[in-house]
Design a protein around this ligand. Sequence first.
Ligand code: PEP
Ligand code: MN
Length: 333
Amino acid sequence: MIIELKKNISKETIESLANKHRAFHIFNEDKNFLITSASVKELDNELNKHAENQWVFANDMQLSSRDFKKTTREIKLKEGLSIGGRQKNTLLIGGPCSVESEDQIRSASELLKDLSLSVLRGGCYKPRTSPYSFQGMGLEGLQLLSKMKEEFGHLIISEVRDATHVSEVIEHTDIIQIGAKAMYDQGILRACAKTQKPVMIKRGFGTTLQEFTQAAEFILSGGNSNVILCERGIRTFETKTRFTLDLCGVAWLQEHTNLPVILDPSHAMGYAYGVPALTKACMAMNVEGLIIETHPTPTLAKSDASQQLDYEAFRNLYNELQPLAECLGRQIR
Ligand code: PEP
Ligand code: MN
């Protein structure tokens, strides 16, 4: 249950109510909220006395639910740029799977600048399936991203692989990416709850929508209201494509949650040939963002070589998305 407390209740009272009811306390938009387990359906007298509003839920999808907040959350990325809320922006996030060198990440930054796009992606701590594959440049890669931010002004998104380097990732990024394999890591989720930086959680490939929203609840209930969901494909019986992009799941998330959604057709498809058409299908889902891997020479990429678009294909895709965005009343940023 979510309880909005009346104004002017002392800090001590809030703390004692939270302790007594084993509730999370968050302060958001000038209001104090307590969040208990959804199994609590009625307030006791003491809590009732302090409650301004209350919401009862069928399950622990609470803060992320449209029943709690009807409109999609607005996530402020910088002055003049938000997603969600009233702004009909769709981010076209571009950049390589992994940061590999200064030249490579500078070329991606130039590409984005040319197209007036706002967010540069690049992984530095790569959660690879094999320990023998390229594991990412680590801190050096994050420093290169920060350098690009200084030179070009792009916002940076990069992934956190485990809780040991979460503070480094928070420091060097504007949006923290929690990868599909890392989304169950409680150390990461709890650390991301303590910052106010936007967090994009990618759905694990065997994760139900309920589990996905619970990962978001860990961050929301810990005090960070800036959570974005990313669908990147789930595992099905099909092996011809890398994963299966669950657009039905996206429709469900849009109907039932108040969180902005970003779609990642690159990882779902796994092959560059399908990415442009799939991206257009994703745009038609009216989402707040698209994240596309692009590399100056995809065949030489150190990770996810088969799915990265070369820069010409990325530019063409950008141009082809424009009329779709216009149709939807959206702006590609
Ligand atoms: C990535 O974005 O490069 C990545 C590793 O994605 P995912 O966590 O979805 O596999
Ligand atoms: Mn990748």
